[in-house]
Design a binder for this molecule. Structure first.
Ligand SMILES: [Mn+2]
Length: 205
């Protein structure tokens, strides 16, 4: 069995990333994946970028906000980090079994598992989710973007896991609400089991 830590939506929160990576080490994960929206945020883009390199991420994809960098973020993170972000793939398929995407396979701004048109997140039904998957047939799909941790098992057997957000767990679209915790999603590849762990962190630590 391969144990994989799946992180999403770090949003330049280097303190939260430190806490999550410490937990990843405790869980003896075989791989660490990053689902995007990595350095965009009002916190520490450059420091987050530097910390990422110590973590041994084996797969990283780009999020929608990694395409939408403000001038000050670009200045803070430096040209090497900007080039790295711009070179990331939007999706990756791991060994024909797992699809990594930020929103949906076709759209990094899509809320794959929840309909938010009412102003509140409502879990979509199978048919809607299958439609948004656009034919993606991998047994496991891991996604981010909504910052809402959730595991959905479709009637056809596919499992979709969103680990929630490392950096901005309390979240209202683009406006962080401020919170003292982040979540780490872990998935055992063979059993396609998803679990969500909540860790406390302190902004001033
Ligand atoms: Mn996003």
């Amino acid at each position: 069995m391969m144990r994989i830590a799946v992180l999403a939506d770090i949003h330049a929160n280097v303190w939260a990333l430190e806490a999550v990576l410490a937990d990843v080490r405790k869980h003896s994960c075989d791989a660490v994946w990053n689902l995007g929206d990595i350095l965009h945020g009002a916190l520490k883009p450059r420091a987050t970028y530097e910390l990422l390199w110590s973590a041994g991420f084996t797969l990283t994809i780009r999020g929608n906000q990694d395409r939408e960098l403000d001038d000050w973020m670009i200045r803070d993170m430096g040209p090497e980090a900007v080039a790295w972000l711009r070179g990331l793939p939007a999706t990756v398929v791991f060994e024909d079994e797992v699809l990594l995407c930020h929103g949906s396979p076709a759209d990094d701004c899509c809320y794959l598992l929840e309909d938010v048109s009412s102003g509140h997140p409502v879990v979509r039904d199978d048919g809607e989710i299958v439609g948004l998957l656009g034919g993606a047939s991998q047994a496991v799909i891991v996604c981010g973007h909504t910052h809402i941790p959730r595991l959905v098992r479709l009637a056809n057997g596919q499992k979709i896991v969103n680990p929630g957000s490392v950096g901005l767990p309390a979240y209202s679209d683009d406006s962080p609400c401020g919170a003292g915790a982040q979540r780490l999603g872990a998935s055992d590849r063979d059993g396609a089991r998803g679990e969500t762990l909540r860790l406390d962190w302190r902004h001033d630590a």
